[in-house]
Write a protein that binds this ligand. Structure first.
Ligand code: GLA
Length: 369
């Protein structure tokens, strides 16, 4: 009897000990990005092919633990899913969707109508001559209906038109604009809405913090909304720098779009610590993406500046959390970033090349409190 009592006591002590250790472990675990912002907005990340294909265990662990939304870096761009006029290829895109669904994430579609990463055949006839407006509209409609239709109800947010504006606020003379005319924008939104009436449809662009591009985008959104075009969100790409844009400008930009009743989403955030041209044009960035001055690591003072920069910008997003529903980082670790183009060593994200959280990560989590 006495032995039995002792045994029961021992078991109780062991269980209590185990429970206590679980509690301490939980309390000492660093908070994740998605948990830190759970009451405010979703935290997304752009994922690349290796991550979609389960070939980057370290990256996948970070994606699954830290983020609750994903965007495809390339998997849904026109030339990935529709490389030839009579051929769609959904291999990678299907895997991207499965990844998101398996991990219960909000899945973003990026991007339907853009001037880049869109195969040349789209705009040409068999002789290499520009197609007519009607032919291009039919191609656009077929593409949007096929792609959006395939993932109807599964992709909740679509970038319908990407980067239609120039820095001076005029409409970009893209092949879309030149062949169809300015109404290609409303047509794209109409087709996307027909294909999935429940999807959130975004206009997505960079440097919208700058005048006159900002006023032009506000005017364009106002016009589309007044005409009943089904645009429901604005995507601020947020390819920013340490000193640009100012916090005040970011604040005013979000406010200007929120006032129109649009959802505001930060869609491609990274902070280029090397400076250079303020653009997301990959061709221009290649030449002017800043000088490669930190090849041996980021100096601690700049690391701190970067952390403060992230804290300041997340502070702005947080102030506007009624309008801001999603903040997406454009890549998982520094090593994954497009900003390393042409041998540059850049440090734009929240996890370093070894997958460790940077001071900027801690600053972002702290900012939520
Ligand atoms: C734009 C596009 C993204 C990505 C970046 C960097 O912002 O929307 O898909 O390609 O440029 O190249």
């Amino acid at each position: 009897m006495k032995n039995l009592f002792t045994l029961a006591n021992i078991i109780l002590i062991v269980i209590a000990g185990l429970m206590a250790s679980c509690v301490t472990e939980k309390a000492s675990e660093p908070m994740t990005l998605k948990d830190a912002y759970t009451n405010y907005f979703l935290i997304g990340v752009a994922i690349n092919q290796r991550q979609i294909d389960d070939q980057d265990q370290r990256g996948d662990t970070i994606i699954k633990s830290q983020f609750n939304s994903i965007s495809p870096e390339n998997a849904l761009k026109w030339d990935s899913v529709h490389p030839q006029s009579d051929r769609y290829d959904f291999t990678e895109a299907d895997r991207y969707i499965e990844f998101g669904e398996k991990n219960h994430m909000t899945i973003v579609g990026h991007t339907l109508v853009w001037h880049a990463q869109t195969s040349r055949w789209v705009f040409q006839d068999q002789d290499g001559k520009p197609v007519t407006r009607d032919v291009l509209l039919a191609r656009m409609r077929d593409h949007i209906h096929t792609v959006v239709g395939r993932y109807k109800g599964r992709i909740k947010i679509w970038d319908v038109v990407n980067e239609a504006l120039n820095q001076n606020g005029t409409l970009r003379q893209s092949p879309w604009e030149k062949i169809i005319g300015p109404d290609y924008i409303e047509k794209a939104f109409q087709y996307a809405h027909e294909a999935d009436p429940d999807a959130i449809l975004r206009y997505n662009d960079y440097s919208l913090e700058d005048e006159p591009k900002r006023s032009a985008a506000v005017a364009l959104m106002k016009k589309l909304l007044a005409e009943g075009v089904p645009v429901t969100a604005i995507g601020l790409q947020e390819h920013v720098q340490l000193k640009w844009p100012t916090v005040e400008r970011e604040d005013a930009t979000i406010a200007a779009f929120a006032e129109l009743g649009l959802k505001v989403m930060i869609t491609e955030m990274d902070v280029n610590v090397l400076g250079g041209l303020r653009t997301a044009e990959i061709s221009e960035m290649a030449h002017q993406g800043g000088s490669n001055i930190y090849t041996n690591g980021l100096p601690p003072a700049v690391q701190q500046e970067l952390a403060q920069r992230y804290a300041d910008l997340f502070g702005v997003f947080l102030r506007h959390h009624d309008a801001v529903s999603l903040v997406t980082l454009w890549g998982v670790t520094d090593g994954d970033s497009w900003l390393n183009m042409r041998g540059r060593v850049n440090y734009p994200l929240l996890f370093d090349r070894a997958g460790n959280p940077k001071p900027a990560f801690t600053a972002v989590v702290q900012s939520s409190k």
